[in-house]
Design a protein around this ligand. Structure first.
Ligand SMILES: Cc1cc2nc3c(=O)[nH]c(=O)nc-3n(C[C@H](O)[C@H](O)[C@H](O)COP(=O)(O)O)c2cc1C
Length: 363
């Protein structure tokens, strides 16, 4: 499929220009949107539905590209403006910082606008390009050539991306919530009741039994365990979670906000997926998340999940992959106005994504 490139202008963007010209050489590009008013016009005409998109941004030394933020504002103001499209992201910088955080910011915004993200959707170039040391070693090429290779690979994957349509979808829900008090679990039980009749759903609580965090074994040691679908520590991760996940087509995580981050068990769960990921990337599985905060910060967890599971572990991110709500006192989640409608919408989105139907725009 042909690509539309959304690429906010910035002075001194020579490196990004060169990388994109090489990576896009063999791809049909129908439009390059370079200014916020061009993006606003395309959004108004609903021209960005069902498209393949590449978001590219040079964020310089400071990580600030004002044209990029003007574009993100347009996308945030127009719910559903990227409905049923799929995207990849290229962020180029001239310091060692900000490329990943800007990439996440773009990813969260386009996903909220209804856009899918391919697994591993971000190709970033830090100032030194040291982030390509491993790939350059593997491919016996320069850091710059490894960067071009990575962007070229991303562009190809976006152009040929097809949404999955699972025959008999299997979904796994993983959580570590307290069944007696958790708002997150209470909201999930309403969502679950609408999903369960239509697809196979299995649920696993990591609450009973400690999940030791990843031991950080050597690559060779990790590969050794990986070949046997195992991991240094063994236990419930290896005995229950790995087999369930290997069989599944999608993962739903229930994420109470603990100090503006995922709780320790869920963080350990994500880290411990490394061994299974080395055996086979999760790029044929979809990720969904239900996030509940007592005060604020749901978008921070959303980006933590995008970074850990979509960017690093290659899960596909369906449009509007997460529902984030705020509730403090136990049970108060069901007092949120329109909560039943929101739950039904989220359940409907999971069903349509897993069954290969077109998702409706989320408000
Ligand atoms: C250890 C801990 C840390 C928390 N940190 C935050 C926080 O940083 N921000 C916030 O909005 N809520 C925070 N909360 C509140 C929970 O997000 C809140 O209780 C919410 O309802 C989801 O949790 P639950 O599903 O366990 O009920 C925290 C709760 C606990 C127990």
């Amino acid at each position: 499929m042909e690509l539309i490139v959304v690429w906010p202008k910035r002075e001194k963007e020579e490196r990004l220009k060169d990388v994109l010209s090489k990576a896009l050489a063999e791809i049909g590009v129908t439009q390059i949107i370079r200014a916020p008013d061009e993006l606003a016009a395309a959004v108004q005409k609903a021209d960005l539905h069902k498209k393949r998109l590449l978001f590219a941004a040079d964020v310089g030394e400071t990580g600030i590209n004002l044209q990029l933020y003007a574009m993100l504002e347009i996308l945030r103001k127009n719910a559903g403006c990227l409905q049923n499209s799929a995207a990849g992201i290229v962020v180029d910088g001239s310091s060692e910082f900000y490329t990943k955080s800007c990439g996440r910011e773009i990813a969260g915004t386009v996903n909220d606008a209804g856009c899918w993200l391919v697994g591993r959707p971000l190709a970033e170039g830090t100032g030194s390009l040291k982030n390509y040391q491993v790939q350059a070693g593997n491919y016996h090429c320069s850091l710059y050539e490894a960067y071009v290779r990575s962007v070229t690979d991303l562009v190809r994957r976006v152009a040929k991306f097809q949404k999955p349509a699972y025959q008999h979808p299997k979904l796994v829900c993983v959580h570590s919530c307290n069944p007696g008090t958790s708002n997150t679990l209470q909201l999930w039980s309403e969502i679950k009741s609408q999903i369960e009749p239509k697809m196979q759903l299995r649920e696993i609580s990591l609450r009973n039994g400690t999940i030791p965090d990843c031991a950080g074994c050597s690559y060779e040691m990790c590969m050794y365990y990986s070949r046997n679908s195992s991991c240094f520590y063994g236990g419930p991760m290896v005995e229950e979670v790995y087999p369930m996940l290997e069989e599944s087509d999608g993962l739903v995580l229930l994420c109470p906000n603990y100090n503006d981050a995922l709780g320790a068990n869920l963080t350990a769960f994500i880290n411990r997926l490394t061994s299974l990921f080395r055996k086979k990337p999760f790029d044929d599985k979809c990720l969904f998340a239900l996030i509940v905060s007592g005060y604020s910060g749901g978008d921070i967890l959303q980006k933590q999940l995008i970074g850990g599971l979509n960017m690093n572990k290659s899960f596909i991110l369906p449009g509007n992959f997460s529902l984030a709500e705020t509730a403090n006192h136990p049970g108060s989640i069901m007092d949120i106005p329109d909560i039943h409608q929101k739950a039904a919408q989220f359940a409907g989105n999971i069903l349509s994504c897993m069954l290969g139907q077109e998702a409706e725009a989320q408000p």
